[in-house]
Design a protein around this ligand. Structure first.
Ligand SMILES: Cc1cc2nc3c(=O)[nH]c(=O)nc-3n(C[C@H](O)[C@H](O)[C@H](O)COP(=O)(O)OP(=O)(O)OC[C@H]3O[C@@H](n4cnc5c(N)ncnc54)[C@H](O)[C@@H]3O)c2cc1C
Length: 357
């Protein structure tokens, strides 16, 4: 029997899983509460395609990104952008010193060119040293177009846009209640990211996660060209070009966080973003101050665009900074995708296929 599979959430993880499962002839339906696919975290982030450089305190995360990229590239090649300089710099007060960082890169096959601080075009303050890398970014618009092209090639698509799943119950099969109807499915794939624990509360005792509301700012560089720079390792900033555009995206480990809480579900009272306007204004100020502390000559102009999205992290992982994507079978035939980095999405869909088959 061709079991009925419901995939909840049309972000990159849910959509990739849908494509992979449909290609194998499985009977899937994709539910997305928004009017279109890929409007959540997958296109409101820093657009980095992680190779692993960001995780010197956890080799497992680095490895998942390194290998994940190989499959991601096959699926979403056109969205990957490489035509810019990209640096990882180690701050003097970093959690990892430069030597250990270089050892980490070598251990994980992460290639790099050591930078000569005296030859670099911009002034650096409070920096031990750093490396130049070939880690790319992905373009949000191109990846949206690419998923649409891949979807068009499939037959009998069942994609329900604007359909918000409100409740899931385990009866003989799984009963799903949405704003539009009630359905029965044999298998659930939950790719709803921040809403995951709210959906499964009738099926499983909830585990705690770290929930955040995060802002990424957009800026135009005034005295440098397309460039990426990540200051490591701790509560520092990173910026990257924004896809194919001339704009850049700026994120800060501390100042980007508007709200943060370790709890069982994404707090529903965080949805009214307007009430955080003053926090967001202050975040921007603090980020600029930090930028000047390490890169005193940089001149940037913020645009009016900023990208705010929930983020879900494993609770109590500060020490290792582990960011692993995984599939939890929280009940028989109920698969919860815990996503971490976008280039893990294709490998996760392959793993899902094995589990379902
Ligand atoms: C600020 C920020 C910066 C980041 N930077 C990077 C980065 O540079 N590189 C990187 O690799 N990763 C980054 N990440 C992490 C990455 O963006 C996420 O891990 C990834 O996008 C999650 O993909 P997803 O498909 O699980 O979630 P999403 O893309 O959020 O998709 C979930 C979908 O589920 C839908 N949904 C939710 N509930 C329901 C429901 N009840 N019914 C129907 N639909 C529902 C949502 O509308 C949404 O479309 C960042 C995250 C944030 C927040």
């Amino acid at each position: 029997m061709n079991k009925k599979i419901a995939i909840i959430g049309g972000g990159l993880f849910g959509t990739t899983a849908y494509i992979a499962l449909k290609r194998k002839g499985l009977n899937c339906t994709l539910f997305e509460r928004n009017k279109d696919l890929l409007l959540g975290a997958s296109t409101n982030n820093l657009n980095r395609v992680h190779f692993g450089y960001h995780y010197p305190r956890d080799d497992q995360t680095a490895k998942q990104s390194y290998y994940g990229y190989v499959s991601f590239k096959k699926f979403y090649k056109e969205s990957i952008i490489k035509n810019f300089k990209n640096f990882y710099l180690i701050a003097k007060n970093s959690k990892v010193n430069l030597n250990d960082y270089l050892k980490f890169c070598k251990r994980n096959n992460l290639s790099f060119k050591l930078i000569d601080k005296s030859k670099i075009k911009f002034n650096l303050n409070n920096i031990q040293g750093g490396i130049e890398v070939k880690e790319p970014i992905y373009d949000w618009d191109i990846i949206k177009k690419k998923t649409k092209t891949l979807l068009k090639k499939l037959k009998n698509n069942k994609i329900h846009l604007g359909e918000n799943i409100k409740k899931i119950r385990k009866l003989d099969s799984y009963e799903i209640t949405s704003n539009k109807g009630i359905y029965n499915f044999d298998i659930i794939v939950d790719a709803s990211y921040d809403q995951s624990n709210s959906l499964n509360k009738n099926v499983k005792k909830k585990n705690k996660n770290k929930y955040q509301l995060v802002v990424v700012f957009e800026f135009i560089p005034k005295n440098f060209k397309k460039m990426g720079l990540a200051l490591m390792d701790g509560k520092f900033f990173s910026f990257l070009p924004k896809g194919k555009q001339n704009k850049h995206l700026l994120y800060h480990v501390k100042h980007s966080i508007i709200k943060e809480k370790i709890c069982n579900e994404f707090p529903s009272n965080w949805k009214n973003i307007k009430k955080y306007n003053s926090i967001i204004k202050n975040s921007k100020k603090m980020m600029l101050k930090d930028l000047k502390k390490y890169l005193p000559d940089t001149k940037i102009k913020f645009t009016n665009n900023r990208y705010i999205n929930p983020r879900v992290l494993p609770a109590y992982m500060e020490k290792s900074d582990k960011r692993i994507s995984k599939i939890n079978e929280i009940s028989k035939d109920y698969f919860q995708i815990f996503s971490a980095k976008i280039d893990h999405s294709v490998d996760i869909s392959k793993e899902l296929l094995k589990k379902i088959k």
